[in-house]
Design a protein around this ligand. Structure first.
Ligand code: SF4
Ligand code: SF4
Length: 442
């Protein structure tokens, strides 16, 4: 794509980066076919190619964002299916991140939208605030229907609908410290405790620590970790996202210096995509660029890390039929497609892949709160495809997808690590009937 930026515009490294990306796009439109918003809404401006044109026009003309571009960029899920499809290697992720930061700096949203975004940014990245908000949400649940009828209060209605009926107790295993590996030491990793996941389902990280230590891996929960920054990053709040990134880089750098790390293990793929991008996000900060690149290189999804170990035979082979839902951040953001399915199959599960596996479930960070109607359409389409597999359980590696799919599916939805832990000697995950079929299959 031809671009017409002035030399003065290109002196801004963010603009220069976006120009490089724009020049790669050959407007072929292959990406439109796999874009969930184009597939759902049928409008070119809600496709990757349409958004790329809108961003180009805004940046080239040095214009502040307007209502039209904000509408279409806000509808983008950042699912990155377009990046998987694009034959020209267009880095849509960095382009849309830049556009969102530009929107945040130049566009004044209507008051209800500003308020909803400010509340999400204030609450979600902080486990104690999120836990308190979920307790309060119980009081608001009877008014969901009313809130959903008032346009300005729709995000509040969506938030309340997603809030779980009960909140598990905080886990002591998430406190800073070291969990020693059993038997012969096979590695040393740090684990991201995370924000929303640690409140909604602390058992995910507990299970991860239990499995890794049983396999002989020492797990460090570093002092001073923060939210990965993805939630605010996707809202264009660059400074807040970079502050979280720096805090984590500092925490993990200390852990590296105090005993070395083979990996930084992440159990929410949405966080993984962002942490693997820290090197890029902090490239212009001389004090952090190298440390951030080192952290990004060490970041591994838990399935990616487990696949790198020579795992023993599982203790039991459950034989349960599992529909594997690959989160967008897993398959498109991190290009991890093989490992989770292979690990589940090796652990004795029968893995089925739903149709249209490339399409987002509509969770996408805060998307299911801020764009609840499109999100619900994508969720229902996803659940229908999952249920058509005839599986008994759904497995996924991202808390956002787990919450979203569980809000509409009749099947139990669990994190992949819980099924792997079960097969390798851990307890049966809550909500899974029994493993009698397993024993029969062995
Ligand atoms: S597939 Fe890639 S090159 Fe083609 S229009 Fe989409 S982003 Fe541009
Ligand atoms: S990130 Fe997803 S929703 Fe956004 S343009 Fe790409 S495919 Fe479409």
């Amino acid at each position: 794509m031809q671009t017409n930026f002035s030399a003065a515009q290109l002196a801004d490294p963010h603009v220069a980066e976006s120009e490089k990306i724009l020049r790669k796009c050959v407007h072929c439109g292959f990406c439109t076919a796999t874009c969930p918003t184009y597939v759902t809404l049928g409008n070119e401006l809600d496709s990757p190619r349409g958004r790329i044109y809108l961003i180009k026009d805004m940046l080239e003309n040095g214009r502040p964002a307007d209502k039209e571009i904000v509408t279409h960029i806000d509808r983008c899920l950042s699912c990155l299916a377009c990046m998987t499809t694009c034959p020209s290697g267009v880095n849509y992720m960095h382009l849309v991140d830049h556009a969102r930061a530009h929107i945040q700096q130049t566009y004044k949203r209507p008051l209800p939208d500003r308020l909803a975004r400010a509340v999400l940014a204030f609450v979600l990245p902080y486990p104690s605030r999120f836990r308190a908000a979920l307790k309060l949400a119980k009081l608001g649940k009877p008014f969901i229907g009313l809130f959903e009828k008032i346009p300005a209060l729709k995000p509040l209605g969506a938030m309340l609908r997603l809030a779980p009926a009960s909140i598990p107790a905080a886990s002591p295993m998430a406190s800073p410290g070291i969990h020693a590996g059993q038997g012969t030491k096979r590695g040393r990793v740090a684990i991201l405790t995370g924000c929303a996941q640690s409140v909604l389902d602390p058992a995910i990280n507990d299970t991860t620590i239990a499995l890794l230590t049983r396999l002989g891996v020492e797990v460090v929960v570093p002092q001073g970790e923060a939210c990965c920054g993805a939630l605010v990053h996707h809202m264009g709040r660059e400074e807040a996202a970079l502050a979280s990134a720096r805090q984590n880089v500092d925490a993990w750098t200390r852990a590296i210096e105090q005993g070395g790390l083979d990996a930084i293990v992440i159990t929410a793929s949405g966080c993984g995509t962002t942490i693997k991008d820290y090197g890029f996000m902090l490239r212009l900060d001389p004090a952090y660029a190298d440390k951030a690149a080192r952290v990004s290189a060490l970041a591994k999804d838990i399935t990616e890390y487990l696949a790198s170990l020579d795992l023993p035979e599982p203790v039991r082979k459950p034989g349960t039929v599992v529909a594997y839902h690959s989160a967008c951040s897993m398959q498109h953001g991190q290009k991890i497609t093989r490992q989770p399915k292979e690990l589940l199959a090796k652990a004795g599960f029968v893995v089925r892949e739903p149709r249209e596996g490339h399409l987002c479930c509509g969770s996408a960070g805060t998307y299911n709160i801020l764009q609840s109607e499109i999100s619900a359409k994508l969720r229902d389409r996803k659940v229908k495809n999952i249920e058509a597999t005839g599986a008994e359980i759904v497995a996924s590696g991202n808390i956002g997808c787990i919450t979203q799919i569980a809000s509409a599916a009749k099947l139990p939805v669990v994190h992949t690590i819980k099924l792997l832990d079960w097969a390798y000697g851990g307890p049966r995950p809550e909500g899974i009937a029994n493993d009698s079929a397993a024993m029969a299959a062995e």
